[in-house]
Design a protein around this ligand. Sequence first.
Ligand SMILES: CC(C)(COP(=O)(O)OP(=O)(O)OC[C@H]1O[C@@H](n2cnc3c(N)ncnc32)[C@H](O)[C@@H]1OP(=O)(O)O)[C@@H](O)C(=O)NCCC(=O)NCCS
Length: 183
Amino acid sequence: MHVEIRQATQSDYQGISDLAMSAFGISEGPEIVQLIGDLSADVTAQPVLSLVAATHGSIVGHVLFSKVRLKPSSHKVSAAILAPLAVHPDFQSRGIGGKLISEGLRQLSHSGVDLVFVLGHPGYYPRFGFSAAGSKGFQAPYPISPKNADAWMVLELRPGIIGNTSGQVICADALADPRHWCE
Ligand SMILES: CC(C)(COP(=O)(O)OP(=O)(O)OC[C@H]1O[C@@H](n2cnc3c(N)ncnc32)[C@H](O)[C@@H]1OP(=O)(O)O)[C@@H](O)C(=O)NCCC(=O)NCCS
């Protein structure tokens, strides 16, 4: 099965929305669809990197990265957050999520991003190099309960940032809603 990873275009919006509904289900899907639309239109989220995985003309995976900043601000550090990520249930466990993440990280690194954050499954993201962010001095936009502390993770794309920078992560307005921060 050939899966193409490419940048999303305007005409992919419906395909991405359908995919998000399939992956997240009826309870979470509508909120995720709304989030994707809001982030794409939100000036505080820019630049966003939106990648799709497509096969036989259908979108089977999607990942979105949006800009975040650190408080206190550090003009020397550029950072992004990965959210959301979805792979169609019929295509999961074939490495598509991994391809989307790896390609996203490659493109972010190329465009000068230093740090990437994620709030997600601690059993999944460490295989791409993510590790606990709180213990490295990076607070999430909203407090994460201690029992889920491992879900708040960071990855360094430019060596030497972690250990020399810390602070609270301020995300885009569209992501700055506590309901997006319940892990
Ligand atoms: C999470 C998700 C994006 C992974 O996509 P994928 O294409 O299936 O992932 P990959 O094929 O790259 O990796 C599959 C591996 O990830 C593991 N994995 C998938 N979801 C996981 C989870 N929630 N926690 C831990 N591991 C997970 C699988 O068990 C599999 O492990 P293996 O390689 O040891 O067999 C996909 O399952 C999905 O869309 N889930 C629903 C939406 C969601 O939860 N999004 C992420 C929000 S943080």
